[in-house]
Ligand binder design. Sequence first.
Ligand code: DGT
Ligand code: CA
Length: 373
Amino acid sequence: MSIGSNRVVICVDLDYFYAQSEEVRNPSIKGKPVVVCVFSGRTEISGAVSTSNYVARRLGVRSGMPIALAKKTLARYPDAVFLPMDTDYYDSISSNVMDILRSKSPAFEQSSIDEAYLDVSNETEGDFSRAYELGKKIRAEILEREKLTCSVGIGPNKLVSKMAADSKKPDGLTLVVPGEVQPFLNKLEIGKLFGIGPKTVEKLHELGIGTVVQLAQADIRVLSEHFGEKLGPQLRDAAMGVDDNPVQERGVEQFSRIVTLKRDSNIFDFQDVLEPLAADLSKKLLEYNMLAGSIGIIAITAELKTKTRTRKIENSTDSKAEIVHVASSLFESFFADGNSSHGDLMVRRIGVRVSNLAKPTKDKKEPSLVDFL
Ligand code: DGT
Ligand code: CA
């Protein structure tokens, strides 16, 4: 199995992530149908399902389904648990898992809150059996430290590793060595290929292409003619498992933190509320070794309108004190303007956002003036 020049990529996808995180926090709900909801707030059950555990999925619950329909689907299961999303909590678990993964290879790429790729060609010297052992170790470590199961796929590139991870969920470990790529893909339904949704499947059918084998052998000119110069070749690459994209960390553009106030308010002393938000953002910037060039505020009014204001700052920063200072000043002028133009401006949720992020240019960062004050 060992070929020196092989690329070896591992894809890790956490199982039913939000719902599993809820099971970790409260193990007594394990085994019951667990549904994590995005409540829109209009009525008690308006909104959609974000995700659910596999118990609920087996009973017919799906992501995106209206909560009312999920409740109807589970009407005969009085032990079903419906919970609101707790994004901050999922974020913190995600960061812990990503730290574990980042420690396995410098070629790391987080592709979503619960999914990441690792290029382990160097670490395994291109040996897929060593990659398999590493995959097992990663799964054991995530289970031991975060009590979460995940599905892992290993292949010669990101595309194949992702499809391998998807092929056995939950709690799977799937290895697809280079010689097995085409047979592995040929067994899949065409709609299971990465990037091929129901509309594309329909269009391909109209062209007489119904299987992965047919797509892999399709005339590239015909595909380009019907799907465009970019997507056409991509479709055939998906059917052949061809992907040269490197595993590399994507640039983060911004971080934000938001809280709901105890009651709708327009008071001016925001220090208490802003401190913990700024502390979180400052920690996040340090973790990513980034400095913010802009600081902004988010205000969600009592009427649920979202307003934002942003200020560019002279010297990029990761200082908590400076984030509090700028955000306070933005809130002061926000309320001054709001109250002078339409009287009583009340807000329900407030947030702080740092953006315009860049790596520090010098090794040693100069301490911020505000930190001294
Ligand atoms: P899996 O990977 O099939 O076991 O299940 P999940 O729940 O981990 O699904 P995945 O990996 O596609 O998405 C990761 C998280 O993203 C998921 O736990 C909740 C959130 N999410 C997924 N689909 C939706 C959606 O349609 N709406 C909302 N609001 N959130 C979603
Ligand atoms: Ca997942």
